[in-house]
Write a protein that binds this ligand. Structure first.
Ligand code: MV4
Length: 446
């Protein structure tokens, strides 16, 4: 097993990983920036090392500093969490070179999935449905025009180095293509240092549904059902749930099977997520693969009765999978509580938490690193807590969430709690009647 684990992250996910490691009898090393000295992940780890100033680039992204912290503390493994270095193949490679277990897939699997057009071609070859399009880069605007006319307008131009909505362009009609192609290329070049573009047919009113997969290093791969993530705003997810309200046994089987095939085709090991667009006829199309644990992993844990972080640690140590593929046992919903003001366009609201009350009781879980008196610093993302409810049915999980939101008190900063309260009473949300455009086309305050 792993003896001592360094957690190369901060906030709630660092704390979540420390909790799993402790339950497995693994010693923990926290790293922190100068702005995070007072954070709970520092307090609850067995040891803690300061790795640099507040700015992420100088601390949580500072590879030499993180490796040095692992070496001086004698850690034998590094968990990257999500964000920061979680999908950095070079970091995974350096960990291996320094005899540290990287808790994640191989550098080659990370690289293959990091290039979104290579990922798409890989999935297509594995028999996973993909959005009709170029299946490779479009090197010139003439190429783009040819593909666009083949698949039909509207189309999407996407950066191969992008992902999560970065570097995308919607093109409605042929006359807009040339200009869109040029700006997409320029933006991708300056944002990612790689201007390569691929093109896809635009899928109307899709839902974002992703499949959790898990594989060990002995050839076993399972899927752990879907998460519905369509309630997003500017590509920031706000509510996730498992199962999806639109799921059928047939669709789950088809998406799960495709995901397992896709993962196996790249020799995937560990936890991974395959994201799909699902159209209103329940056709599904591969979009991208995330080669990390995700923010919303708790809804899968609670729907399935498993611990994905412990499983990551066991599999990284070479053990065989202990989780089994089966249908969800419970319905779980996650509300992301961000330090943002939903009444003012979700603008960030850093500051001191003057008073705090976490909800509790049956069917409620909170993953959070905040406490009364904690100061939310402006340097990192605004997620301060994940509130998850679970119950035998979706209706009961919503009722529980409503009840828990009423008990949740945060004073001193604004939060997304008022948004979530509205959503739990929203007729469309209750009916499961929403897509990825919902928050852009409906005023949540009504
Ligand atoms: C699309 C699409 C429609 N058609 N691709 C946005 C995030 C990035 N991963 C891909 N995205 C989309 N790609 C085609 N061919 C619509 C979106 C999209 C979206 C996807 C998932 C969740 C929210 C979204 C919001 C707007 C657009």
């Amino acid at each position: 097993m792993i003896n001592k684990l360094l957690i190369a992250n901060r906030g709630e996910i660092a704390l979540r990983i420390i909790r799993a490691a402790k339950e497995l009898g693994i010693r923990t090393v926290a790293v922190y920036s100068e702005a995070d000295r007072a954070s709970l992940h520092v307090r609850f780890a067995d040891e803690a090392v300061c790795v640099g100033p507040a700015q992420g680039k100088l601390s949580y992204l500072n590879i030499p500093s993180l490796i040095a912290a692992a070496e001086v503390t004698n850690a034998d493994a590094i968990h990257p969490g999500y964000g920061f270095l979680a999908e950095n193949a070079t970091f995974a490679e350096i960990c291996h070179d320094c005899n540290l277990i990287f808790v994640g897939p191989s550098p080659s699997a990370i690289t293959r999935m990091g290039n979104k057009s290579v990922a798409k071609e890989t999935m297509l070859a594995a028999g996973v449905p993909v959005v009709p399009g170029s299946n490779g880069i479009v090197a010139t605007v003439e190429d783009a025009r040819r593909v666009a006319h083949d698949v039909g307008f509207p189309v999407m131009l996407k950066a191969v180095a992008g992902g999560g909505g970065k570097g995308m362009r919607y093109v409605e009609i042929p006359s807009e293509l040339e200009r869109a192609y040029a700006t997409a290329r320029g933006e991708a070049e300056s944002a990612f240092g790689n201007g390569d573009i691929y093109i896809e047919k635009f899928i109307e009113q899709p839902r974002h549904i992703e499949i959790q997969i898990f594989a060990d290093s002995h050839g076993n791969t399972v899927h752990l059902n879907e998460r519905e993530c369509s309630i997003q705003r500017r590509h920031q997810k706000l509510i996730e749930e498992s199962p999806s309200p639109i799921m059928t046994p047939e669709l789950r089987h088809a998406m799960g099977d495709a995901s397992v095939r896709g993962a196996q085709s790249v020799g995937y090991v560990g936890a991974g997520t395959i994201e799909y667009l699902v159209d209103k006829h329940r056709n599904f199309y591969f979009m991208e693969m995330n080669t990390r644990i995700q923010v919303e992993h708790p809804v899968t844990e609670l729907a399935m009765g498993i611990d994905l972080i412990k499983e990551q640690l066991r599999v990284a140590a070479g053990e065989t999978l202990s989780v089994k593929q089966h249908d969800p046992l419970m319905h779980a919903i996650e509300c992301r509580i961000n330090a943002e003001d939903p009444m003012h366009d979700f603008r960030p609201s850093p500051g001191k938490i003057e008073s705090l009350n976490f909800p509790g009781g049956p069917g409620i879980r909170i993953d959070s690193h905040i406490y009364q008196g904690y100061i939310i610093v402006p340097h990192y993302d605004s997620l301060v807590a994940k509130l998850i409810s679970y119950a035998p049915t979706r209706t009961e999980a919503i009722a529980r969430m409503r009840r828990a939101l009423d008990e949740f008190v945060i004073e001193g900063v604004h939060s997304t709690i008022p948004f979530h309260r509205k959503m739990m009473d929203n007729a469309d949300f209750i009916a499961g009647n929403f897509d990825t455009k919902y928050l852009d086309t409906h005023d949540w305050k009504n």
